[in-house]
Design a protein around this ligand. Sequence first.
Ligand code: FAD
Length: 398
Amino acid sequence: MPERRVVIVGGGLVGSLSACYFAKRGWSVDLYEKRPDIRLPEHSNLVEHRSINLAISERGFSALRRLDPELEARVKESVIPMHGRMIHSLDGKQTSQAYDVFGKHINSVGRSTLIKLLLDEASSYSQVTLHFGYEFINADFDSGRVMLQDANSKEECCVDADLIVGADGAHSRVRQRMMTKVRMNYSQTYIEHGYCEFSMPAQEGTFAMNPNHLHIWPRGSFMLIALPNLDHSFTCTLFMPWSQFDEIKSNDDVVSFFRKHFPDALQLIGEQRIRLEYAANPKGSLMYLKCAPYTYKHRAVILGDAAHAMVPFYGQGMNCGFEDIEVLDRIMLSQSDKAGDCTAALSDEQLQQALSEYSALRSVDTSAIVDLALQNYVEMRAKVVDFGYLARKYLEGM
Ligand code: FAD
């Protein structure tokens, strides 16, 4: 069988997991990531300031398990289960709301821990080569020629691919270039809200709050949330309209703001830390995007945020990106009946058929999750304290 080569652009969560899947199915894999290798100690703080930790759910675990149950087990060793929400009211009262009566739950995992585990897993396949410090510039999608730039020397080079996978995030250049070839519908919307992270340190060597909850301080038009970390700290994220961020003009203003709206969190984070971190930490913007189709002939496909970035309020962006890979793998395998579990043996026609089936199926589902994520923001910042609403939801579920 002639060697089939896939070039994956982006070595984030989705790119690194997809490298493993393609290698398992017999492909020769070259992954190009524009940043340096974050597994090296000198670059370990380079994981983009986006969110220190993430919620991983069954949707994400399923994709890990399908690749390798041992990988799923390794990731599970690094998570903290969150069995419900803990709602913090203004007077400091905490109310636990279980996610599920049968104990189903989500889990907090460190973003850099997870990427490192996935990059290690990808490196363990002999047919995977990881290239760090290479930025995708352009591609000739018909011939499969990919143009890259070395981040240090700025020299450009070309490589050839049978298939190009764009896993290069919300501002995907692969997607941008594909749009010149494909009649791709595309929409992108920034919401009025931004976010800023704070760390809540361990207190006397242990968690300052119950670690098995996703903590929420819902305040109507804005909210604070907190997810636990393995070092017994919490990462807190303030989501708020930009107009309100603009009203905070000094370090004293941010302390007054916390004193007014989140007095219990202020006590646990500490005034000094709130001042320092508000000044030092970036304020991130939030957007969602939809596009379709996701593919070009048998030559290119986009996965993860490149295809469907969403606001983080459903905790499903990465989970959904992992599911993309699982769904694509199932569809490609169903095309390769004769080739067993080796999708590298698919003909160009079979591959094109698989990719377009994937795109048609997946773009509908991910569009729905993008909408659900947006709706869940209203639920988290306002409706979790509307007990009439919760009662109606409870009765609906009976
Ligand atoms: P990315 O993580 O963006 O990775 C893309 C990679 O491509 C990067 O490494 C980048 O350096 C590289 N790259 C970009 N351009 C190029 C190029 N031209 N050449 C080469 N490399 C390139 N999701 C969840 O499931 N649960 C959560 O709890 C959750 N919380 C979140 C909280 C916040 C505040 C935010 C903003 C997002 C959250 N998400 C969450 C969403 C999650 O972060 C994303 O869905 C996920 O990171 C997408 O992974 P990705 O690999 O597709 O893209």
